[in-house]
Design a protein around this ligand. Structure first.
Ligand code: 16G
Length: 257
């Protein structure tokens, strides 16, 4: 039973009970959570209390509400480690998920000043814009807009990128993604992106910007992506190289090999 005399609010206690069910594995992904009235009866709390607990768990991405069907335990988030340079395709395959992508845009364009600087382009250069919706087991995960160095990546213009791996294609043309610099910003998902990702407008998403370099340390792609905040966890291992006497390559950097 929940403790009505505790300083911890009832909804919070109920939320912790539900989290326990999920974390212990008693409620597996896809498990249907009892209805609001059932939970209210089990824990002797009001519908408002139950609603508040469920709403927070939905926001945290632990539960999933399906209109007209009920509330279910969500699939665990994709955990991505930040020590290796990988492609979306590799990340999904390593997790036993089927990667897929829909091409939203593939064309030549004039780069913005930021893209021009990131790719170290000459004034008159154009870039290839490849925008894709990335899916795992048919579930939309991210929207990626890659600005690609024209000379290095022109094979992309003739390729069918639907469901294909950009990095695999580039490697077959002897361009090896070797290191990247990446930054994350938490943002509220804009309208168009939210429709494509199948989430409500304003949901938390991670805006990721990446500059990727080839084996000659030349930048070939500048990517701006929106990753679903409810489907991803990014993990990094931190160590104090300075104290350990080691040589840190600089914070925020990671390399492929
Ligand atoms: C990752 C990269 C993206 C790259 C893509 C290639 C992030 C945030 N982005 O999604 O920059 O273009 O992989 O994947 O990690 P692909 O080879 O499957 O097309």
């Amino acid at each position: 039973m929940l403790d009505g005399n505790s300083p911890i609010p009832l909804y919070y206690q109920l939320k912790a009970r539900i989290e326990e069910q999920i974390e212990s594995g008693r409620w597996k992904p896809g498990h249907r959570v009892p209805s609001e009235s059932e939970l209210g009866e089990i824990y002797r709390v009001s519908r408002t209390t139950v609603r508040q607990a469920l709403a927070e768990l939905v926001n945290q991405g632990m539960l999933l509400r399906i209109q007209g069907k009920g509330t279910f335990v969500a699939e665990p988030r994709i955990q991505q480690r930040l020590s290796q340079l990988t492609s979306f395709t590799q990340d999904m395959q390593a997790r036993g998920k089927q990667p897929d992508s829909q091409v939203l845009r593939l064309e030549l364009a004039s780069p913005s000043p930021q893209v021009k600087e990131a790719l170290q382009l000459r004034a008159e250069s154009q870039v290839i814009v490849l925008q894709r919706l990335r899916l795992a087991d048919a579930v939309p995960m991210a929207i990626e807009t890659a600005y690609l160095h024209f000379e290095k990546c022109k094979a992309v213009l003739d390729a069918d990128m639907t469901g294909a791996s950009l990095y695999q294609l580039l490697q077959s043309f002897d361009l090896i993604p070797t290191r990247a610099r990446q930054q994350w910003t938490a943002v509220a998902c804009p309208g168009v992106e939210s429709r494509l990702l199948g989430i409500s407008k304003g949901s938390p998403v991670l805006r990721i910007q990446r500059t990727t370099y080839d084996q000659y340390d030349h930048p070939f792609e500048q990517v701006e992506s929106y990753y679903r905040g409810d489907r991803y966890i990014f993990q990094a291992e931190l160590s104090d190289h300075h104290l350990a006497g080691g040589n840190s390559p600089g914070s925020g950097w990671f390399s492929g090999k």
